[in-house]
Design a protein around this ligand. Structure first.
Ligand code: DX5
Ligand code: ZN
Length: 232
């Protein structure tokens, strides 16, 4: 059984000059996590936010932060991101960018934060399987990282299923990219429980109803899966 569903709103889809307003809106809608996409222009072809923005966001909300580092040399930036955030927030780095992943995990956890590792669509699960016991979360990318608004890549699904099959029971499995009320059911049915969405939330006419619709669809997919397991 997978842990409970959590919806993470990626502020990459929000209006950057009205960030506080956008955050208050999703907070009122009961968002579980604020997903912050950190891009360095090297690991991915885009540049976004750094610790300075994280610190500003941390001051205006108590919602846990889910920092997704799409950067090279992630080990160099754990300290500033951890200082900008607070204990219990989460830092995820990419396995493709990590020379010593175990060391990075221990930097994160010894700063009091939760640690996650992410895999690109072309990266196999074997690259992270020996790390699972030390991690709080694995993030399976369902688009090539860099931009919001791309289409969901279905080859993420068997990877999610494989990881759910071998991960410790309480481990979160996050899916990121191209999530809509259609693709969310498949991701959850394969074992994802933390769902990132930028466009589906912030490009909707009403972000609050969009969050509710995503949550409802995800919870239905969990129930359907439980019923199927009970029958078989
Ligand atoms: C892509 C980012 C995602 C992105 C998702 O590199 O990691 O978090 O914001 O955007 P949507 O939900 O629009 O695919
Ligand atoms: Zn992301």
């Amino acid at each position: 059984m997978q842990p409970g569903i959590k919806i993470a709103a990626s502020i990459l889809g929000a209006n950057p000059v009205r960030l506080e307003e956008e955050i208050k809106k999703i907070e009122q809608a009961g968002i579980d996590l604020i997903h912050i996409d950190v891009m360095d222009g090297h690991f991915v072809p885009n540049i976004t936010m750094g610790p300075f923005i994280v610190e500003g966001i941390r001051r205006i909300t108590n919602v846990p932060l889910d920092m997704h580092l799409m950067i090279e040399n992630p080990e160099r930036y754990i300290t500033p991101f951890a200082a900008a955030a607070r204990a219990g927030d989460l830092i995820t780095f990419h396995i493709e960018a990590a020379k010593k992943p175990k060391e990075i995990i221990s930097f994160i956890t010894s700063a009091g934060l939760k640690a996650g590792v992410s895999l690109n669509p072309d990266t196999g699960t074997e690259t992270v399987e020996d790390l699972l016991d030390e991690l709080d979360m694995v993030l399976v990318m369902s688009v090539n990282p860099g931009f919001a608004g791309q289409r969901f890549i279905p080859k993420a699904l068997p990877k999610i299923a494989r990881l759910r099959g071998i991960a410790p029971e309480k481990m979160d499995i996050e899916v990121d990219g191209g999530i809509t009320t259609e693709t969310i059911s498949q991701a959850v049915a394969h074992g994802a429980n933390v769902i990132v969405a930028a466009s589906a939330i912030f490009k909707a006419t009403d972000p609050c109803s969009a969050i509710k619709a995503l949550r409802q669809t995800a919870e239905q997919a969990v129930k359907k899966g439980d019923t199927q397991k009970a029958i078989s």
